[in-house]
Write a protein that binds this ligand. Structure first.
Ligand SMILES: Nc1ncnc2c1ncn2[C@@H]1O[C@H](COP(=O)(O)OP(=O)(O)O)[C@@H](O)[C@H]1O
Ligand SMILES: [Mg+2]
Length: 451
């Protein structure tokens, strides 16, 4: 079927057939004709049509019979019956049998154009709806996480399996990709769901504070320790301990943690009693842990202890098909929370969101929409109400740095490169940056050797 759909005109009068065909062809439709019911049924068996325009009164197989056959041969085709004034009653009967509408002969070309045009639009809309429903159906869920990206579906699958075990899970992914939400979901799907979910942000605290936060302390363990306190390892007994931003912990704590994970027991700070722990560990980081291991800032043995089931959340820019779905999801949340009649995003607004590359991932999307929802005056969010971060630049494009500063950097790089005969390694060393960074800057500033 072509974009505008093809139409089959069935009429025993040649002049009617030909003029109808001409009118419709002028409107841009593809038209086929049949001189009687028999020929019409043969065509219906051979080719798909969007619309059938059928004369009611024909010798042999009449319009009603064609209609009945067409319902089974091509249930998606819409049928318009043509009838003389005298047989309008039969036309009404045809409607009852599933015809879309009828035209009383003689009719004006405009009347036909209008009806067929409207019908074509309806059909296009219905096709779109079917696609939309199909698209929405393809969405997958894991507790509060929604997605329709195959990459995420694989993540959910893995997380579901992990949830059933007691093994340590390491969640990797950029900030705002949903690591904490996923950790909570794994806990909620696990056998420990009745137990506590205890989260610790390892980057937020100093080494000694984090230590007593994790392991607890006894009275007088340090200045200010007026009483004893349980640590998160104790509090998480029977549940899950979520160690967020694990890539940021100090070497000393890395060692402490390794020991706890190995022996499944620990002591409070300043305490001597050995305490057992059965907490299930889920760790997360937005850093490249493997790289930290390679560069020596993260213990390899601890890395392997944590990396039992690694789960990586892809950045939002690698699953842009999630943007409309997440936007819908968050708008529904805000609709309830804010008691505002928020309905959807305008097409332009959605386009804008799709074009952006979301360095802050899902969290940033949520924030942008939340602000938009607060400011929204009506049910539709437009680009005007949505404020994105600095526009994303194609790789190699100049950054936001003020012109003069950029110029200075560019010239300095040029000079340094010349001094070192374009030896990238030496030039990078002289500039105090690594080679990749230098390459990127050369590309960004479009510096060439002959300059
Ligand atoms: N797949 C998702 N479906 C629904 N909400 C999500 C999804 N991923 C992230 N979010 C939401 O985005 C925000 C950031 O998620 P979070 O888990 O805190 O990210 P991270 O820990 O990786 O920085 C939260 O408000 C969270 O509820
Ligand atoms: Mg987080």
């Amino acid at each position: 079927m072509k974009a505008k759909g093809s139409i089959l005109v069935v009429d025993d009068e040649e002049i009617v057939r030909d003029s109808l065909a001409r009118w419709l062809e002028e409107d841009g439709y593809q038209v086929d004709t049949a001189p009687d019911g028999q020929a019409a049924l043969a065509k219906l068996a051979a080719q798909a049509y969007a619309i059938l325009l059928v004369d009611l009164k024909m010798p042999g197989i009449d319009g009603l019979q064609v209609l009945a056959q067409a319902r089974t041969l091509q249930p998606d085709a819409a049928i318009i019956i043509m009838t003389a004034y005298a047989t309008v009653d039969t036309a009404v009967q045809a409607m009852k049998q599933g015809a879309y509408d009828y035209l009383v002969k003689p009719f004006e070309p405009e009347e036909l154009s209008l009806m067929v045009g409207k019908l074509t639009n309806t059909q296009a809309l219905r096709r779109e709806n079917v696609l939309l429903r199909k698209a929405l159906k393809r969405q997958c869920e894991f507790k509060d996480l929604v997605s329709k990206s195959p990459k995420m579906e694989a993540v959910f699958e893995l997380a579901r399996t992990a949830a059933k075990s007691n093994s340590t899970v390491l969640i990797l992914g950029g900030s705002g990709t949903g690591k904490e939400l996923l950790a909570r979901a794994i806990h909620a799907e696990s056998l420990r769901r009745e137990g506590p979910f205890v989260g610790v942000s390892c980057a937020a605290l100093t080494e000694s504070l984090l230590e007593s936060e994790l392991f607890g302390h006894e009275k007088g363990a340090f200045t200010g320790a007026v009483g004893s306190a349980r640590g998160k390892f104790e509090i998480a007994a029977g549940g899950t301990l979520f160690l967020d931003e694990i890539g940021d912990i100090s070497p000393k704590l890395q060692l402490d943690l390794l020991r706890v994970l190995d022996a499944r027991e620990f002591r409070r700070v300043g305490g001597s009693q050995v305490i057992k722990t059965d907490a299930r560990i889920i760790a997360a980081t937005n850093r490249d842990l493997k790289k930290l291991v390679d560069s020596g800032s993260f213990r390899e043995d601890l890395y392997y202890r944590l990396n039992v089931i690694p789960v990586t959340l892809p950045p939002l820019r690698e699953r842009k098909e999630d943007i409309p779905l997440l936007a819908e999801h968050f708008l529904a949340q805000f609709r309830t929370e804010m008691r505002k009649p928020l309905e959807s995003l305008s097409g332009e607004a959605l386009e804008m969101l799709m074009a952006y590359d979301w360095p802050g991932n899902v969290r940033e999307l949520r924030n942008v929409l939340e602000r938009g929802a607060v400011l929204a005056r009506g049910p539709i969010l437009t680009p005007l109400g949505l404020e994105l971060g600095p526009p994303t630049l194609p790789p190699g494009a100049p950054t936001d740095t003020p012109d003069s500063l950029r110029e200075v950097e560019r010239r300095h790089i040029e000079v340094t490169l010349k001094q070192h005969n374009w030896n990238i390694t030496r030039a990078a060393k002289a500039l105090g940056i690594d080679r990749v960074t230098l390459y990127n800057k050369i590309k960004r500033y479009q510096i060439r050797e002959d300059e």
